[in-house]
Design a binder for this molecule. Sequence first.
Ligand code: AMP
Ligand code: MG
Length: 401
Amino acid sequence: MLEFEQALQAMQAEGKKLALKCSEEQTLELALGRILAKDIYSSIDVPPADNSAMDGWAYRREDLGTEPGTLQVSQRIAAGDKTKPLAANTAARIFTGAEIPPGADTVVMQENCSWRNDSEVSINKLDKIGANIRRRGQDIQQNSLVLKAGLKLDARHLGLLASIGVAKVEVFRALRVALVSTGDELKQAGSGALTPGQIYNSNGPMLEAYCRDLGCEIVKNIHVGDNLKSTEKAFKESALDADIILSCGGVSVGEEDHVKQALENLGELDFWKIRIKPGKPLAYARLPKQDGRTCAFVGLPGNPVSAFVCCHLFAATLMRAMQGRQHCLPERSYANTNFAIDMSGKRPEFIRVKQTEHGLERFNNQSSGVLSSLAWADALAFVPEQQKIDRGQSLQIFALP
Ligand code: AMP
Ligand code: MG
């Protein structure tokens, strides 16, 4: 049996071996959610020049000495204007974002001034040299590293790239994922009412959305019945297009479970028993692709909560590593419980919790078939095996997307 941390490390190591090498140039709009393939350095200083943080007057501090005083106003500079040097013993009317004229070293905010017309200003408060000036390069210096390769680009990063004048970036091509839901009982939502014995396929749409959110391209999302032949065929065909296949269900060793056998017939199978709950055995396999590369395969459990938890912890770690990301392991933090429980199980358990101002609340039904618990929760809390958890105790939590 593998411990949880060992399984995470193994997924990360495997993903790094299979990481995408291929990248392409994309405009900022199309780069959203993609993984940066090259480090980005800035060719400019941001801001590119000293500029005013306030509406007020720019002047040379030494022109006033130790007493408040009055200066002639020799120019007016709004944001976007070009500056000219400031004449001695004068002030420049200046507005937020406008460049500081050469010769000025201080900005006094207009709240600390009095003026009757545009030609003269009385400065009533003496600031220190440099007051209210945003220095050239205070955000980003020319030639400095701005973003590191392996980052998933979001709105903040795109803003930062635009601020240094970058309009196109090199990103890894999207990871191609195929999804295969197994089970004779499954019916697609939207394809009619259930007949006896049927349930709707929740994992298919759920896993697709999860992978899209991760920045993956879904090459197919199919359903196969519980028989070896069609399972094998589905996996084999999916491996042609996909970098990774995620299946759900049929991964145990029952008579109706064919995933393990299909993988043994098609490729190289690692069958993992991970000491956690929920999470039945997890199948990991490498399937040969026609071009000589390897298609990764993760066989997730069928119960929707187990499928999601195993995807969020293990498959996502593998996929992030394959995407070429810097940070592959799931993010974790700590929070105190607002509940007490006696954990009798022999395996550590990931329970569905919500973070509130009173601490972590726990969903009242933690069964692995209860998808409402996941939809309600905003994190999974890691509860060590055979432990009594007191109210107020700190637990490790894994945020849900
Ligand atoms: P299995 O691992 O195939 O034995 O499935 C375990 C449980 O999860 C069974 O109750 C299945 O009906 C259910 N299940 C399997 N796949 C799905 C799916 N795609 N959507 C919803 N429930 C599923
Ligand atoms: Mg099944």
